[in-house]
Design a protein around this ligand. Structure first.
Ligand SMILES: [Zn+2]
Length: 212
């Protein structure tokens, strides 16, 4: 079966975000549970100084989904979901540091756009980043009152089989992106279909009307 990858820089963003949410001990046990000992230093602590270069596309989709599965094994279904959502939200800040300039979202011209335009321009730029720099495939669909983020090849639930949508990391990332571009508002973001449940794509619906 074909293997798909993220660049190491994105893998590191996920691991740093997980460390922020789980703490030093938490990330250490998740890495062990996921057989990712190469990210542990000699003392057994998480180290982001992995030998692979940041641009190497060697962080496999299987690794991403194994990390998510380990969260559920370690914290239970509810706790796993909660920690994955929080880790997804934490990914945004690290991602902004790494990719903000390329995305163009830190430019004044972007920041001055009205929110609905900002949302659509931002969603397409964000999808392009995944489509060009990773093996993940994203299609943005604008249905007027809702914006759909279709992940057509998804690392988060890669080769998993679950009874409910499982891509909480992606939902958290989108929630935080919306929070940031709207200047601190909250939105309904929900995964409605998921490849792990037998659907064709992992589809996340964004309601562009803030709830607060
Ligand atoms: Zn998925």
């Amino acid at each position: 079966m074909t293997e798909y990858f993220y660049p190491q820089s994105m893998g590191r963003i996920i691991l740093l975000a997980m460390e922020e949410v789980l703490g030093r001990e938490g990330i250490r046990s998740i890495l062990r549970l996921s057989s990712l000992d190469s990210y542990l230093d000699k003392s057994g602590s998480f180290s982001d100084r992995h030998p692979a270069a940041r641009t190497d596309r060697t962080f496999s989709f299987g690794t991403v989904s194994r990390l998510m599965e380990s969260l559920e094994r370690a914290y239970g279904p509810q706790g796993g979901r909660g920690t994955a959502l929080r880790a997804g939200r934490a990914c945004f800040q690290y991602g902004l540091r790494e990719y903000g300039l390329q995305l163009g979202v830190t430019e004044m011209a972007y920041r001055l756009l009205p929110f609905p335009t900002k949302l659509r321009v931002g969603a397409h730029a964000f999808a392009d980043l995944f489509n060009k720099q990773t093996d993940q495939r994203v299609r943005v669909e604008d249905k007027g009152d809702k914006l759909y983020w279709h992940i057509e090849r998804c690392p988060v639930c890669w080769e998993r089989h679950t009874s409910d949508p499982a891509c909480h990391l992606a939902v958290g990332l989108l929630q935080e992106s919306l929070y940031w571009i709207s200047g601190g508002r909250l939105f309904n973001v929900e995964e409605v279909t998921c490849v792990a449940c037998g659907d064709d794509a992992c589809s996340i619906v964004i309601d562009p009307t803030p709830v607060s």
